[in-house]
Ligand binder design. Structure first.
Ligand SMILES: Nc1ncnc2c1ncn2[C@@H]1O[C@H](COP(=O)(O)OP(=O)(O)OP(=O)(O)O)[C@@H](O)[C@H]1O
Ligand SMILES: [Mg+2]
Length: 160
């Protein structure tokens, strides 16, 4: 089955935000993100900007913003694929660590403190903080953060 067919078959979402529905493909072992309203130009711009980020990212940056690729459907809708991460939600320790950490989320100090509280690795945090700063990512709320390979990652580059 092609990825386009897998996208078409996505039914049961594993999560959602204000603008996107999030699915998981077992066949491809990736998360698939689609706009909740495919006619929303603002949301497609947001998808487009993540696709552009992906095209410009270094290998190290792909460790902290783990998009694996994207496709454009016939109607122009952009669909983003990402590694499946643990989420920072109400039920886990990561959320507590995220809110206990002091400082701005553009600063490595914040991520190091959060990682230490959560028992995660800190070595990718400089790359993460630099990436947020360099790209003017302003929407770094806890539901836009995940954990992959024992370190914090961004799962939504949001508003820029
Ligand atoms: N890579 C991932 N692995 C696991 N779950 C994910 C992943 N990406 C997103 N999710 C889940 O889906 C939710 C919504 O995803 P995302 O933040 O990309 O949507 P959004 O509509 O852009 O969000 P926002 O409301 O912040 O604009 C996340 O908060 C998370 O719970
Ligand atoms: Mg989000």
């Amino acid at each position: 089955m092609s990825i386009i067919n897998s996208i078409a078959k996505c039914k049961k979402r594993i999560g959602h935000g204000a603008s996107r529905n999030v699915f998981y493909s077992r066949r491809y072992n990736v998360v698939i993100k689609r706009m909740r309203d495919p006619k929303c130009a603002f949301d497609n711009d947001q998808m487009q900007s993540e696709c552009e980020l992906f095209d410009s990212m270094t290998e190290a940056e792909k460790e902290i913003f783990p998009i694996t690729g994207y496709v454009e459907l016939k109607n122009g809708e952009k669909v983003v694929m990402m590694k499946k991460c643990e989420v920072v939600d109400d039920l886990n320790e990561y959320r507590r660590a995220f809110f206990a950490a002091d400082g701005y989320r553009t600063q490595v100090k914040f991520w190091d403190e959060a990682a230490r509280i959560a028992g995660l690795d800190t070595k990718t945090n400089k790359c993460l903080a630099d990436f947020i700063k360099k790209n003017g990512i302003t929407d770094v709320h806890h539901q836009n953060v995940g954990v992959l390979n024992n370190h914090f990652v961004l799962i939504d580059a949001g508003c820029r």
